[in-house]
Ligand binder design. Structure first.
Ligand SMILES: Cc1cc2nc3c(=O)[nH]c(=O)nc-3n(C[C@H](O)[C@H](O)[C@H](O)COP(=O)(O)OP(=O)(O)OC[C@H]3O[C@@H](n4cnc5c(N)ncnc54)[C@H](O)[C@@H]3O)c2cc1C
Ligand SMILES: *[C@@H]1O[C@H](CO)[C@@H](O)[C@H](O)[C@H]1NC(C)=O
Ligand SMILES: *[C@@H]1O[C@H](CO)[C@@H](O)[C@H](O)[C@H]1NC(C)=O
Length: 517
């Protein structure tokens, strides 16, 4: 194997910068560090921590996942599962062959308890009947994967069309029909959390089935998801991670000279908010799509993140791909009001229906988007529920104080349980992904007007026309993975993909030692 010095004119190998220290950036760095081309590598991370949207915090005497929660599809084909297993972060149950081969179809398990907003319990049979109707329709969306034209543009409109046809054949009394619609409405809210969107009407129908569900019963990390990214970080050389370095502008397609590197020129120069300047041959950009919007892809912001700006079709792809908000609300209780072994408490808002828009203000009804609460199992003597809420209501909740959230949810829970004396939760902890300055949302989805091609287009490196030094800017991150977008494994695979793309270039250079980088 040739030594690193053969690569280009730079001593110590090509200079590579990774923007963002989430799992995509860490994954890319991990793979590049092991390459014999011996790249000089830095990860520039805006915040004081690594992991990005994988974020485990101490709380309630245990670990709380502020970001990613489950390994979706934990089985051999899932690189996050494989790494977690190799690092010894999973237990016997998670590793069991049996659980690895469970096929959930990507759907949430049925709730253990289901309450209505006026304090009645809904029979789990009725919930199961509605779940099977709803998820049956969700599975049917795959039929539109390869058709030229869909009957309606969005998943939401398709579901509503099919449901309204079914409703015509319902034979129950009016009250039951209304309840069934309210239960279905609750499943729409669940699906909004899964897709990280305000409404299923925003999610494109044709490409919806392209999202791929791996086998395996979704599992969690007993010691926290962040153990995974901490392990990857620990495997990198000490000086690779640079914290508190928000990148302001990526100058590319240039020939930059820096005093620190006399006699050398670089096609890329990364400029940070604090004035720091990092010249490079290659930059792997892993900033979240929402952050990319925020940094200037959107028309109302000045375009400053890339100089020169990205090609028009890439800007367009970024604009079109969806990126919304899903947040968590953790509530701690003195005593559980739920049954033992209860895993998920579903909430059904009476007088809601997917077939009717009930326009009410965010202030008075934001909490109606809450899908219910997961009972956190990892807490023995502490009783903690984790609520999920997506969309504009979720973003509105971020603007409220903890006290306001606690007050509203206490009232909701008192009504639902029919117990006006239900003690208020002891404490509350929330995620605020929309306000997080370097994330600005939760994860991406394929929005109406876009297709999986837009994610592939986003993933294409620059320059695109083959002029000038190759692979100056590469793109990774969850939003660049066509079939696993919105997941940690999609993000990790995208980081590996871009590392391999660079390694492919270096391998080629090794075969042609006289060519320039
Ligand atoms: C509430 C929530 C729940 C989720 N649940 C799950 C789940 O159960 N299972 C699952 O698989 N996935 C889940 N996800 C999605 C998963 O967390 C992400 O898909 C994945 O972590 C994204 O990794 P990434 O490296 O692409 O981006 P990120 O983790 O966002 O990393 C990007 C990094 O870039 C940094 N950055 C941004 N701008 C700049 C800048 N200008 N300069 C320098 N650095 C910058 C950020 O600080 C961040 O550290 C969830 C996400 C959220 C928010
Ligand atoms: C599979 O996972 C579930 C949920 O964690 C657990 O209760 C069960 O024991 C596991 N199965 C095996 C065979 O370990
Ligand atoms: C890159 O630089 C070349 C030569 O200076 C120029 O012709 C080309 O238009 C530039 N490309 C972009 C995207 O700015």
């Amino acid at each position: 194997m040739a030594s690193g010095g053969v690569i280009g004119e730079t001593l110590g190998g090509p200079r590579v910068l990774v923007v963002g220290g989430g799992i995509a950036g860490l994954g890319a760095a991990q793979r590049l560090c092991r390459n014999p081309a011996a790249p000089n590598l830095r990860i520039l991370e805006a915040t004081a921590r690594s992991g990005g949207r994988i974020r485990s915090e101490r709380g309630f005497g245990g670990v709380v996942e502020v970001g990613a929660h489950w390994i979706h599809g934990p089985s051999q084909g899932n690189p996050v599962f494989q790494l977690a297993a190799a690092f010894g972060l999973l237990g016997e149950k998670e590793l069991s062959e049996e659980n690895q081969s469970v096929d959930t179809g990507g759907h949430l398990a049925l709730p253990s308890m289901c309450f209505t907003s006026s304090g009645t319990r809904v029979s789990l049979e009725l919930v199961a009947e509605m779940a099977s109707l709803f998820y049956g329709l969700i599975d049917q969306t795959r039929e539109f994967l390869h058709v030229a034209e869909t009957p309606v543009p969005s998943v939401g409109e398709y579901l509503k069309k099919e449901i309204s046809q079914q409703v015509a054949h319902w034979t129950e009394d009016e009250e039951t029909k209304k309840l069934k619609l309210a239960i279905l409405n609750a499943f729409f809210s669940v699906e909004c959390c899964i897709s990280g969107t305000h409404s299923m009407d925003l999610v494109a129908l044709a490409p919806f089935g392209e999202y791929t569900v791996l086998p395996g019963l979704d599992c969690t990390f007993s010691g926290g998801y962040q153990g995974l990214t901490n392990h990857i970080m620990g495997s990198l050389p000490k000086d690779v991670m640079v914290f508190n370095k928000p990148v302001k502008t990526i100058h590319w397609n240039g020939s930059f000279q820096e005093a620190a590197f006399p006699g050398e020129t670089f096609p890329v120069l990364v400029e940070c908010d604090d004035g720091g300047r990092f010249p490079a041959h290659h930059v792997i950009v892993t900033v979240p799509l929402g952050r990319a919007h925020f940094s200037g892809f959107l028309k109302e912001h000045q375009d400053t993140f890339f100089d020169p700006p990205l090609p028009a079709e890439k800007v367009e792809a970024i604009r079109k791909i969806g990126f919304g908000t899903n947040n968590k609300v953790f509530l701690e209780f003195e005593k559980p009001f739920w049954e033992p072994h209860c895993q998920f408490i579903q909430m059904v808002w009476e007088d809601t229906s997917p077939l009717q828009d009930t326009a009410s203000g965010l202030q008075d009804s934001w909490f109606k988007k809450l899908i219910g609460f997961l009972v956190l199992p990892s807490f023995k003597s502490v009783h903690v529920l984790c609520g999920f809420i997506a969309g504009l209501e979720s973003e509105f909740m971020e603007t409220l104080s903890d006290e306001e959230v606690l007050l509203s949810l206490t009232q909701v829970l008192r009504k639902m349980t029919g117990n006006p004396q239900l003690p208020a939760p002891k404490s509350v902890l929330r995620s605020r992904w929309h306000s997080a300055p370097y994330t600005r949302g939760s994860y991406s989805y394929v929005a109406v007007g876009s297709t999986g091609d837009d994610m592939d287009l986003l993933a294409q490196p620059l320059p695109e026309d083959g002029t000038g030094p190759q692979l100056q800017i590469l793109f990774a991150g969850e939003a660049t993975h066509r079939t696993f977008y919105s997941t940690t494994h999609g993000a990790l695979l995208s980081g590996w993909r871009e590392a391999d793309r660079l390694i492919g270039l270096w391998d080629l250079k090794m075969q042609q030692p006289h060519s320039r980088l």
